[in-house]
Design a protein around this ligand. Structure first.
Ligand SMILES: NC(=O)c1ccc[n+]([C@@H]2O[C@H](COP(=O)([O-])OP(=O)(O)OC[C@H]3O[C@@H](n4cnc5c(N)ncnc54)[C@H](O)[C@@H]3O)[C@@H](O)[C@H]2O)c1
Length: 453
């Protein structure tokens, strides 16, 4: 097993999670918790859809006192509606007075300054800011939950890999929002696949084919809004902010394939294109097809599309010499994890399926993180999250340049999409400036061979 969490570790951790849960409220966690106060404090940085959900999952963990004490965003309305939603559900676990609500690009510092070492910073802004926020959390000895993806290009991945090492050295606990890795059904599927139940894996397939999704398509900047805040609001449209539709949407399926294969791919070739663009000015293609190659020569194919009127599918499949398996079908949860004999997904060939109901993986990832904090068990997904983000970017760069891109090429690529993202100010310029027609640079495969734009 290379650098993903080994099965042995998983089993160990599962045991520890159970042990930690059994001792809930009894154990004094990391040395930083004084015996008289074992409350874990949280701050939420990036109070949008997922941030609100992540905070709600965190406050639902049932193994000791936990509370939300600070929030930061760049839009007051996002922060306020998130606050209302969380407070509405967890009145007595939310203690965020107005002077603990921070608006602006430096809000993350002020929020983290409210915490003691060993408390938890939740990082759910668009990915562009992840390395900036993670750097400060490590300085302050904070545990972290950060959403996927965690990097968008080679340079930010190198930064995150270095930070990951630092966070491990400091024994910080770091969760990364690839929540399917915490799914009970998929973990059993992984054991069965690694145990040889479907033979040697030859081919894996991922599909994220839908209509226009989230902010992947966007029009020109409205007259009443700053270009920077517009790009942040429409982050799926801009490669610096999100890594685009590929990094934001396809990473889950790509990561599931790498997990089941228990390897990271060494290279990728890919194609994609833009159709029916109208007035949209975002940087995405609307279809992507990637062929990843693993070290043993086997393949993973990823199909991504955001187009109306076309076949739609959300799934991850695995094919081995003796059988095939469903890792995901029709969404993240329930997984619908199943194993079939042969290569056809026919009812009569069904060999195994996970008995419903499945626990929610968004809750499990928090149960596991907080249990690890309370039991002071090693727990750090930062390196794995950076590698999953990197191989996703490898596929995107292969499509955007029209070249075969290797793991080492994307890792060592010098094109950093937003090198000064740590210096942004609310009234300052955006990392990407529109031309006179309000348009942004888009990838040109075959013409731009070494940079995506
Ligand atoms: N694991 C999953 O299934 C899953 C699902 C949805 C989103 N996500 C991830 O969560 C992240 C956020 O996505 P979302 O859908 O919640 O987007 P969103 O736009 O709803 O929320 C992002 C929030 O961050 C704020 N923000 C942006 N820059 C900031 C900064 N520098 N400092 C403070 N706040 C800032 C925005 O104003 C916004 O309120 C993305 O990385 C996304 O990929 C993961």
């Amino acid at each position: 097993m290379n650098d993903s969490m080994s099965r042995r570790e998983l089993l160990k951790n599962t045991g520890r999670v159970a042990a930690a849960t059994a001792l809930a409220g009894v154990m004094i966690p990391q040395h930083v918790y004084a015996a008289e106060d074992n409350t874990i404090r949280l701050v939420l940085i990036g109070c949008g859809g997922r941030g609100t959900g992540a905070a709600q999952n965190a406050l639902s963990v049932n193994n000791g006192p936990i509370k939300l004490v600070g929030m930061a965003d760049v839009f007051p309305n996002r922060l306020n509606s998130s606050y209302q939603a969380i407070k509405g559900q967890f009145a007595d676990k939310v203690d965020v007075p107005d002077d603990h609500k921070f608006i602006g690009f430096d809000g993350y510092k002020k929020a983290m300054d409210l915490l003691r070492p060993g408390d938890v910073a939740i990082m759910t802004t668009p990915v562009a800011f992840r390395w900036v926020h993670f750097t400060y959390a490590i300085q302050k000895d904070l545990n972290v939950f950060m959403e996927k993806p965690t990097t968008v290009d080679g340079p930010t991945t190198r930064k995150m890999l270095a930070l990951a090492q630092e966070s491990v050295k400091k024994n910080l606990k770091v969760g990364v929002g690839l929540m399917c890795r915490h799914c009970t059904a998929r973990r059993e599927l992984f054991d069965r696949i690694q145990g040889g139940q479907i033979g040697d894996l030859l081919m894996l397939r991922g599909y994220r084919m839908a209509g226009p999704t989230a902010h992947a398509f966007c029009g020109p900047v409205p007259a009443n809004m700053s270009e920077l805040l517009y790009q942040i609001q429409e982050f799926h449209a801009f490669l610096w902010a999100s890594g685009g539709a590929v990094s934001d949407f396809l990473i889950h399926n790509i990561d599931e394939m790498c997990w089941m294969k228990d390897a990271w791919p060494v290279e990728c070739k890919a194609s994609g294109g833009r159709h029916y663009r109208g007035d949209y000015v975002d940087q995405n293609f609307d279809s992507y097809a990637m062929e990843y190659t693993f070290p043993d020569g086997s393949k993973a194919f990823m199909n991504g599309r955001c187009e109306e009127g076309c076949h739609q599918e959300f799934a991850t499949y695995v094919h081995g010499t003796k059988g095939c398996a469903v890792v995901s079908q029709a969404g993240h949860a329930p997984s619908k994890a199943r194993i079939y004999k042969g290569q056809k997904f026919d009812k009569e060939n069904l060999a195994w399926s996970f008995p419903p109901p499945e626990p929610n993986p968004y809750q499990l990832e928090w149960d596991h993180l907080i249990a690890a904090i309370r039991s002071n068990t090693p727990y750090n997904e930062a390196e794995r999250g950076a590698k999953a983000s990197l191989v996703t970017s490898m596929g995107r760069m292969a499509a955007h340049t029209g070249q075969v891109i290797t793991y080492d090429q994307i890792l060592n690529c010098e094109h950093e999409f937003a090198p000064d993202v740590d210096k942004l100010t609310l009234d300052g310029p955006a990392p990407l400036i529109a031309d006179a027609k309000g348009r942004y640079p888009v990838p040109q495969p075959g013409l731009n061979k070494t940079r995506e734009y």
